[in-house]
Unconditional design. Structure first.
Length: 338
């Protein structure tokens, strides 16, 4: 689930011009909207707000640029309500995500929302943040509709959220047509022992760009549509992650694994084995090689996430010494036809 830049944008379907909108702590309503259009696509939207009849503020919604990086970092560090699934790369990579919208008023960043494409028709809600004195309702009504419009213009059919932030999941489920699809549990390994080395007949080598078609096909055979990666995902992983390998058996690509590291914590982003080759010790071999890599990197703990209902994978992780942390994140999805 990693970012990819999509340049083909069509005209937004404009939201209603006049609509009311209450914050939790002030009586403010949006009374109008102006747009600036570039190449047939709205470049920014300004929401004009009144309180008790007097003009008090206007919020401009626009795409983020590299110049906005300090503002986004500052908000992400200070705000109480921030959701981030930005494990790969630093903030420079965030700008690969589109849409990446900001809400700005009087030179102040009020909030941001970032989506990235992890499949040709699916996007992940990877970044959400808003200042403490802005209501969640106001934030969502300001930033989510233009985000959904931009995703539709890219022919994206669904938006996925993974997390356990009740301040975000509750309104998404209640007001924005998201539904629960699954849940994800976290496993951790605090010792770097390797109980089994897996199938030694399997050849494990560094991934190359030429592997992407085979990996996309492998994902299609292995995972439900919600979890399949696109070639852009693999390209971004190859460029940004410290560890990305494929497994071959009898000349066939039968699995892959890529991982990231943040200081002394290693994270297994993805482990996959083709269903025709499962049960042959390939997953154990991939995990053993990854643990060995983290050993050399002096990592202290390794984490991974997996679907709560994936009993087969969880048995493998336990066999390699991983233990559940007791943390669980909801997987929400909204069909963009709604």
């Amino acid at each position: 689930m990693i970012s990819a830049t999509h340049k083909m944008l069509t005209r937004w379907r404009l939201c209603q011009y006049w609509h009311r909108f209450l914050t939790d702590n002030t009586r403010r309503v949006i009374i109008g909207k102006t747009t600036q259009v570039r190449h047939g696509v709205p470049d920014s939207i300004t929401l004009i707000m009144r309180s008790q009849g007097a003009l008090v503020n206007s919020i401009t919604v626009r795409e983020a640029t590299m110049a906005d990086r300090p503002l986004v970092i500052q908000l992400a560090k200070r705000a109480a309500r921030v959701h981030s699934r930005l494990e790969i790369g630093d903030t420079d990579d965030w700008l690969d995500g589109r849409p990446f919208l900001l809400a700005i008023a009087r030179g102040r960043l009020w909030g941001f929302i970032l989506c990235t494409l992890y499949h040709s028709q699916r996007a992940l809600l990877r970044g959400v943040g808003l200042v403490d004195d802005w209501s969640m309702r106001a934030y969502l009504e300001t930033l989510l509709p233009p985000t959904l419009d931009r995703l539709r213009s890219q022919h994206i059919t669904s938006l996925v959220y993974i997390g356990n932030d009740r301040w975000l999941t509750d309104p998404l489920l209640r007001d924005w047509n998201f539904s629960i699809q699954n849940s994800v549990v976290t496993y951790t390994k605090k010792d770097l022992s390797i109980p089994t080395r897996g199938n030694q007949q399997v050849h494990v080598r560094p991934a190359q760009s030429g592997d992407f078609p085979a990996l996309v096909a492998l994902d299609g055979a292995t995972f439900d549509p919600l979890w399949r990666n696109a070639s852009q995902t693999f390209a971004h992983a190859l460029e940004n992650l410290p560890y990305f390998v494929v497994a071959e058996l009898a000349g066939q690509t039968v699995g892959y694994l890529f991982s990231n590291r943040q200081e002394n914590i290693g994270h297994l982003n993805r482990v996959a084995v083709h269903p025709d080759y499962q049960g042959l010790g390939i997953g154990a071999r991939l995990l053993a090689e990854a643990i060995e890599f983290f050993r050399m990197e002096k990592v202290k703990v390794i984490t991974l996430n997996t679907q709560k209902d994936n009993a087969v994978s969880q048995r493998l992780y336990r066999r390699l010494g991983f233990q559940p942390m007791g943390e669980e994140a909801l997987v929400l999805k909204r069909d963009l036809a709604l």
